[in-house]
Design a protein around this ligand. Structure first.
Ligand code: HEM
Length: 174
């Protein structure tokens, strides 16, 4: 029962996070770049992606660790089986993608708020209220240019994560 519950929370969190990332990359970055989407709407989308990253960033490792404990103990199964390697790849992709979203949105916030430190950023993210300053605040296109490489890389890693999860669900032998 607990194993099933862990799988449910794990898969729902993974779907929410990868889906949110790919949606932001597909639907908001190009529109912020060409000026169709306003600065407030774009910053709000990026901030909400950051919040989804942080919430699922608690649920995924906790449920993932539980799944490892239930399914891969003794732990050498992680390095002696194809499924184990797929799980290690999942863990690594999660770590790198998390870092990319965090740093990308931080760099975007620093365009507006150059002195913001990690502590304040970790507490606040990049809420739309921080866009004070009227005309001196960079436009959506400039903000999008800063965060774009990070989000494109995150989108690519999200696809790899989904492929990895599909292999675990359907095909990796051993
Ligand atoms: C801390 C990071 C993570 C850890 C430690 C972890 C660990 C695991 C483990 C141990 C399993 C069970 C594998 C098995 O059935 O043999 C699993 C399954 C799964 N994980 Fe992750 N995972 C992590 C992150 C993610 C992320 C970011 C996604 C997003 C796509 C994801 C999606 C899935 C899915 C869909 C399954 C079900 C696959 C199946 O049917 O077996 N996981 N994960």
């Amino acid at each position: 029962m607990l194993l099933t519950t862990a799988f449910v929370f794990h898969v729902v969190s993974g779907a929410l996070w990868t889906g949110a990332t790919l949606y932001v990359v597909y639907a908001t970055v190009p529109r912020a770049t060409d000026g169709t989407l306003g600065r407030e709407a774009f910053v709000d989308a990026a901030h909400r992606l950051l919040m989804v990253t942080r919430w699922t960033g608690v649920v995924l490792p906790v449920t993932g660790a539980y799944l490892i404990w239930r399914l891969y103990v003794p732990l050498d199964a992680l390095v002696t089986t194809g499924r184990g390697w797929a799980v290690l790849a999942m863990l690594s992709l999660w770590g790198v993608m998390n870092g990319l979203v965090e740093v990308g949105v931080l760099r975007m916030r620093r365009e507006v708020d150059p002195d913001v430190g990690w502590g304040r950023y970790m507490a606040e993210g990049f809420p739309v209220e921080r866009l004070t300053g009227g005309a001196s605040v960079p436009g959506a296109a400039q903000l999008a240019a800063v965060v774009r490489p990070y989000l494109l890389a995150s989108g690519a890693l999200a696809v790899l994560l989904l492929v990895d999860a599909a292999l675990l669900a359907g095909g990796v032998p051993g």
